[in-house]
Design a protein around this ligand. Structure first.
Ligand code: PXP
Length: 251
C-alpha cells in the first residue's frame, strides 16, 4: 500500500490573525511548525474575498517552506495568474461561493467541463500538479478524467458531518460512497486525495482505503491546537492515519 501523506491546511491561523488585523498568529510560522511535527505538505486556500489567506502569505509560504505547497483556488483568471506566478507544487481547483462558510461541496465537473478544462491545461503546462475537489461520485470522476486532471480530491464533508451528528446509517452510506469513488478513480489511473471535516477518527478510517495517498486537513487541527498545541495535534493525527493504514494492511 502506498504511504499516506498529510497536507495541513493553515487557513484558519490566518482567520484568527485577520480577526485583529495585525501580523499574529502568523500562518507561515504555523506551516513551519506543522512540517516539523510531521506534515508532508502545506495547503492554503487563497479565496477570492481574501477572508483568511492573503496574497503575501502565499508568496511567503512558497519562498520559505521546504515541503510541497498545495494552492487551493477557484478556477478564475485572476487565481490562475497568481498560481502561475507563485508556481506552487500543486493546485487544487475548488468551487467558491462568497456566502459559504467553507467549501460546501465538490466542483460541478460534469456541468462545467468546458469551463474547467483550460484551467487544468494551463496549470499543467505551468508544471503544477492539478487536482479537482469533487463529490465522491463516478460521474464527477469520469468528468475529471475526461479533462485530464491527474488528481482528484474526494470531498469527505458529507460523511464527516453525518458522523458528527450521530446519524450512523447516513454515515455508513456516505463512507461507502467515498470508498467506492476512491477505488473507481484509481481504475481510471487518477491519483486520489481526500479531505474536508476530518478528525482523528474519520482520518483513521479513511486511511484504510488503499487508493488514497493524501489527506488535507485544517479546521479540526487548528481547533485542537487551542487545547494541545499545533505540533501535538499534528503528531496525534499522523498517529491516527498510520494506525488506519496499518490496520488495513493487517486485515
Ligand atoms: N480540502 C479542500 C479542497 C478544502 O477546500 C478544505 C477546506 O478548506 C480542506 C481540504 C480541509 O477541510 P477542513 O478544514 O474541514 O479540514
Amino acid at each position: 500500500m502506498p504511504p499516506l501523506r498529510l497536507g495541513v491546511n493553515i487557513d484558519h491561523v490566518a482567520t484568527i490573525r485577520n480577526a485583529r488585523g495585525g501580523p499574529r498568529p502568523d500562518p507561515l510560522r504555523a506551516a513551519l511548525l506543522a512540517i516539523e511535527a510531521g506534515a508532508d505538505g502545506i495547503t492554503a486556500h487563497l479565496r477570492e474575498d481574501r477572508r483568511h489567506i492573503q496574497d503575501a502569505d502565499m508568496a511567503r509560504l512558497k519562498a520559505t517552506i521546504a515541503k510541497p505547497l498545495n494552492f487551493e483556488m477557484a478556477a478564475t483568471d485572476q487565481m490562475l495568474d497568481i498560481a502561475t506566478l507563485i508556481a506552487p507544487h500543486a493546485a487544487c481547483l475548488v468551487p467558491e461561493k462568497r456566502t459559504e462558510r467553507t467549501t460546501e461541496g465538490g466542483l460541478d465537473v460534469v456541468g462545467a467541463q468546458g469551463y474547467l478544462a483550460p484551467y487544468v491545461d494551463q496549470l499543467r503546462r505551468a508544471g503544477v500538479r492539478v487536482s479537482l475537489f469533487i463529490e465522491p461520485s463516478e460521474e464527477a470522476i469520469r468528468a475529471a478524467s475526461a479533462i485530464k486532471a491527474p488528481v482528484v480530491e474526494l470531498h469527505t464533508g458529507a460523511w464527516c458531518h453525518a458522523v458528527e451528528i450521530g446519524d450512523a446509517a447516513l454515515a455508513e452510506h456516505e463512507f461507502s460512497r467515498v470508498k467506492h469513488a476512491a477505488a473507481f478513480a484509481a481504475t481510471l489511473g487518477l491519483e486520489v486525495h481526500a479531505g474536508h471535516g476530518l478528525d482523528y477518527d474519520t482520518a483513521r478510517r479513511v486511511a484504510a482505503l488503499p487508493e488514497i495517498v493524501e489527506l488535507n486537513i485544517g479546521h479540526f487541527l487548528i481547533g485542537e491546537a487551542v487545547f494541545v498545541g499545533l505540533g501535538e495535534a499534528i503528531r496525534l493525527m499522523r498517529e491516527a492515519m498510520d494506525e488506519g493504514r496499518a490496520g488495513a494492511l493487517a486485515s
